[in-house]
Design a protein around this ligand. Structure first.
Ligand SMILES: *Cc1c(COP(=O)(O)O)cnc(C)c1O
Length: 392
């Protein structure tokens, strides 16, 4: 294509990217300045402070990696895992499997603790694994499993890890800004996130935060971090160098304007209010889904508000429905991943996408599309959601 690309205006209610706030898009288009310009350095400091706010941490090492969530994941693992280290990974979906890949490639030994997909990670199984493997030095798990819509009790899991003197690495890509997350109070040593889920920002940046215990482990490494780009000691020289910051790479300057604006949005709303908005909107969507007769696969007390995994009714063509939603309503919802492919749809209510008008659009579009596809389902999704909203 040799002409300019003008994408359509979609409503993004899948597993990410989610709708970007117009304020964030506007910030992205501001003039580019040098990445060592004193004003840009000021912006970097402000981003760090705002990230500490959304992560609820005092960690000095809190900064955005200039690459997507997967790079934040890799940053935590390549820096913290040394060859021969034993890492217990609790897996209850797709992303735990990627943690295993990271550990093995870093020369570590991964011990997998498997939970059913669509359920939270079991604290009992973690405890048992740590008792059986006393050489374990790191525990890793996903807080909000975007592949299944399950949320795990990160506070309890980290408390268990600490009883066994382990560092904790937690995937907070989909939880940051969308559900309760307290890095310091919950004793999370390393967390990574993404900008395109609940932060209403464009994809491509990965906020991370590491505790002093995690930094000590990195400082005492016997071997060099195998990745030059993700070596935190080098990145710290760029992001935390005080007055004399060393060039490491060129930060994606305009993407940083976007990230900053998205964090300002969270601060304006109030972090706890943002968590609550995601939860309330989940309840409204649920009321509508109940009326249509669509079921969520995750048990109530383990559900993630910002990602709703809906069971596809028997006999319904998964792809045909999603294609029609996109063609007729410009609405994107997510397909199932891994063992849930073809079995569920993933309806995201993340960040700027977590709004009443999106819920109503999604319910109306789903109901009409499913009927058009010949499915026998209930009616009145929009009315049920509105009734729920009015009663609130
Ligand atoms: C989206 C996601 C990732 C990966 O983020 P990318 O920005 O796609 O690299 C990792 N973990 C979870 C839980 C996610 O939802």
């Amino acid at each position: 294509m040799t002409r300019s690309f003008y994408p359509p205006q979609r409503t993004l209610m899948g597993p990410g990217p989610s709708d970007v706030s117009p304020r964030v898009l506007e910030a992205l288009a501001r003039p580019t300045i040098g990445h060592l310009d004193p004003l840009f350095i000021e912006l970097m400091d402000s981003i760090k402070t705002l990230l500490q706010y959304v992560f609820k941490t005092q960690n000095a090492l809190t900064l955005p990696i200039s690459a997507p969530g997967s790079a934040g994941m890799e940053t935590c693992f390549v820096n913290l895992v040394e060859p021969g280290d034993t890492v217990v990974i609790c897996q209850n979906g797709v992303f735990g499997g990627r943690m295993r890949e990271n550990v093995v490639r870093a020369g570590g030994i991964a011990i997998m603790v498997e939970d059913e997909w669509g359920r939270a990670v079991s604290p009992e199984k973690l405890e048992e694994a740590l008792r059986n493997n006393p050489e374990t030095s790191i525990v890793a798990f996903v807080h909000a499993e975007t592949s299944t819509g399950a949320q795990s009790d990160a506070k309890t899991l980290c408390a268990i890890a600490k009883q066994f003197d382990c560092l904790t690495i937690v995937d907070t890509v989909t939880s940051l800004g969308g559900s309760m997350l307290e890095i310091d109070n919950w004793q999370i040593d390393a967390a990574y996130s993404g900008t395109q889920k609940c932060l209403s920002c464009v994809p491509g940046i990965s906020p991370i935060t590491l505790s002093t215990a995690a930094i000590d482990k990195i400082k005492n490494r016997k071997t060099q971090v195998q990745s030059w780009f993700l070596d935190l000691e080098l990145i710290m020289g760029y992001w935390i160098g005080g007055g004399k910051r060393a060039y490491h790479h060129t930060a994606p300057v305009n993407a940083m304007y976007a990230l900053h604006e998205s964090l300002v949005l969270v601060k304006e709303e109030g972090l706890e209010n943002a968590w609550n908005r995601h939860y309330q909107n989940h309840l409204t969507l649920k009321a509508g889904l109940d009326a249509i007769g669509l079921d969520l696969i995750v048990p109530e007390n383990e559900r993630l508000a910002q990602l709703n995994a809906v069971k596809i009714p028997d006999g319904v063509n998964d792809l045909a429905v999603r294609q029609q939603l996109l063609a007729d309503y410009s609405l994107e919802i997510g397909a199932g991943l891994g063992s849930l492919a073809g079995k569920v749809w993933r309806i995201g209510l993340m960040g700027h996408a977590s709004r009443k008008e999106n819920i109503l659009l999604c319910l109306a579009a789903l109901e009409s599309t499913l009927k058009h596809q010949g499915a026998t389902i209930g009616s009145g999704g929009v009315e049920a959601a509105m009734a729920h909203l009015r009663a609130r």
